[in-house]
Each structure stands twice: as C-alpha cells, then as structure tokens.
Design a protein around this ligand. Structure first.
Ligand code: CTP
Ligand code: MG
Length: 186
C-alpha cells in the first residue's frame, strides 16, 4: 500500500522538470518566434508565434534549475521516505534526480511541444487552439524519450506519470470552468 504512495510521489518527482519546462514559457515566454515567421509551401507557419526563443530558453533553464533543487533536497527527503517504505535502488536514483537528466527532460519537453505545434499547423489548427491529447501528452512522451539515455524509470512509473499529466490537465481545466475562467470543462 505505502509502496504505491511512494511510487506516485516519485513519478511526480521524476516529471517535475518536464512539467516546469512545459509550463513556464506561458509566464515568461514571448519575443521573436523560433520559426522566424517562416511559412511552408502549404501556406502555414512552420510553428507559429506561440513558440518563442525566450520561451524555449526559459523552459530549459527553469526545468534544469528544478532538477538542481531536487538533487539538493533529496538527502533531506530520503529519511522521510524511509520512514514508511523500503527504498529500492530505482527509488533512490529517481529521488536523487540527475541534473543532466533534468536538463534532458526539459529539452525533451520543449522539443515535444515544438513537434506538436508543427503538426498542429500542418493540420491547419491555429496557434493557441487546442489539439486534445497532443497538447497534453506530446511534451511528456518526448521528455521521457530524450532523457532516456541518462535517466530511466520502469514502465509502472511511466504509466503513473502519464496518467498524472493527463489528470492534472483535467483537474486544472475543470477548476478553470468552475471558477468561470473557461467556457468548457475540458
Ligand atoms: N510559449 C513561448 N515559447 C514556447 C512555448 C510557449 O513563448 N517555446 C508561450 C507563448 O506565449 C504561448 C504560450 O506560452 O502562446 C502557451 O503555450 P502553448 O499552449 O504551448 O502554445 P500555443 O500558443 O497554444 O501554440 P500552439 O498552438 O502552437 O501549441
Ligand atoms: Mg496551447
């Protein structure tokens, strides 16, 4: 029972750099777009104005910084975790978060976001308009792939992390709806 709780906590811990990298550009992005305003033969932008150089850099920097903070916090959190669960080597390696790993998770998250944007433009979805699933999952899947040479987690962690990523979007959208900030609860 407590093992499951610990696994959920560690799955969140593993995903934090990618989540931070993906969400911070909304607050600190802006400025020149990565695609330089270029339009492809289909008449549509490569990526669009929503994908900026500053957003990318800020995302990578803050996601990596998150990883530095997690690594520093790990020695203090380990005794807390040990009070209710036997720490496996995998749990320990996730808890101690590698900084290169956090960097790769962040780069992957933002690359996934760009790839998603590229496909949205090809499908004629305007910048800022939603592409359900792609918007929520593209970044986390790419983060896991890009980080995999330096940081892996077993399938169960990956499944928990992906479900949590979807769940958080669902909860935040539902809350936005209940608070009257959004027109639809999805
Ligand atoms: N943002 C940014 N740079 C990035 C990613 C995001 O500046 N590399 C900022 C932009 O202001 C963007 C906002 O964060 O409008 C929200 O990001 P996102 O939802 O990923 O982009 P969209 O505007 O929805 O664009 P798209 O349709 O291409 O996904
Ligand atoms: Mg969007």
């Amino acid at each position: 029972m407590y093992e499951i709780l610990a696994m959920i906590e560690l799955a969140i811990w593993f995903g934090l750099p990618a989540w931070i990298a993906n969400s911070m550009p909304v607050l600190f992005g802006g400025g020149p777009p990565i695609d330089g305003g270029h339009v492809l033969k289909d008449g549509r932008r490569i990526l669009g104005n929503g994908k900026t150089i500053r957003g990318f850099i800020v995302g990578v920097a803050l996601g990596t910084l998150m990883g530095v903070g997690q690594q520093m916090a790990a020695p203090f959190l380990q005794p807390l975790l040990e009070t209710y669960v036997n720490i496996t080597p995998e749990m320990s390696s996730i808890l101690h978060m590698s900084v290169p790993g956090a960097f790769m998770l962040s780069v992957g998250a933002l690359l996934g976001d760009l790839i998603g944007s590229f496909f949205k433009r090809r499908a004629d979805i305007k910048s800022g308009n939603p592409a359900p699933m792609l918007d929520q999952l593209g970044f986390i899947i790419m983060a896991l792939i890009i980080a995999s040479p330096v940081m892996q987690a077993s399938a169960l962690y990956v499944v928990i992390l992906i479900s949590m990523t979807l769940g958080i979007h669902w909860i935040s959208n539902a809350m936005g709806y209940l608070l009257g900030l959004k027109k639809h609860p999805w």
